[in-house]
Design a protein around this ligand. Sequence first.
Ligand SMILES: CC(C)(COP(=O)(O)OP(=O)(O)OC[C@H]1O[C@@H](n2cnc3c(N)ncnc32)[C@H](O)[C@@H]1OP(=O)(O)O)[C@@H](O)C(=O)NCCC(=O)NCCS
Length: 174
Amino acid sequence: MRDVTLVPFTEDLLPAVQVWFTDADVQRWLGGPDWPAREFRIAGHGIGEEFRGRIVLRVHSWVVLDEDGVPVAHIGGDVYDRWYREPGRSMGLAYVVDPGRQRQGYGRSALLAVVTAPETADVAIFAVGIEPENVASVRCATAAGFTPDDPEPDFEGIVYHLRRKADDHGRGVG
Ligand SMILES: CC(C)(COP(=O)(O)OP(=O)(O)OC[C@H]1O[C@@H](n2cnc3c(N)ncnc32)[C@H](O)[C@@H]1OP(=O)(O)O)[C@@H](O)C(=O)NCCC(=O)NCCS
């Protein structure tokens, strides 16, 4: 596992992150350079509102720094009051690793850093919505201990991969 650090995604870090969104795969699965910029435009919107039957409680957005303090990934998402009909706070996550530094364990480490962060101590269920064709993300989530909730894609073609803290006892962070 990589020794990464989460820092809040602030606007001064936007240029470092935005350049990753010129990559074809990043664009395919997430979007273009406006995708990270949009976060700053919509900051605070939607909190307290219902999104697919869940109330958005807050939003977290981090840049992941490598061992030398260099930005290597971006990860974040909304915290909700529950997960569909399941009680307990949940968090939906999206993430990207610098295309020049993928397949070196940073994606897995970023997910694990969020799952163990003090800021998410109240979150019971972490969720990553992945299109099954996104093999890199499926493998990355699997490597971080996430398993498909329902292997059948939903109406948007998404499979939610979940990691429940209740399942972690005795397993450790890996
Ligand atoms: C998905 C993504 C974040 C993975 O990051 P990463 O740093 O390359 O992942 P890791 O190095 O931690 O790899 C974790 C596992 O995934 C596997 N993996 C990563 N990229 C892969 C690829 N392109 N093809 C096959 N397997 C891949 C690794 O081999 C590793 O598996 P292992 O633990 O069984 O050896 C990265 O590919 C990315 O940013 N993709 C574009 C944006 C995106 O798709 N985000 C997710 C939206 S749901």
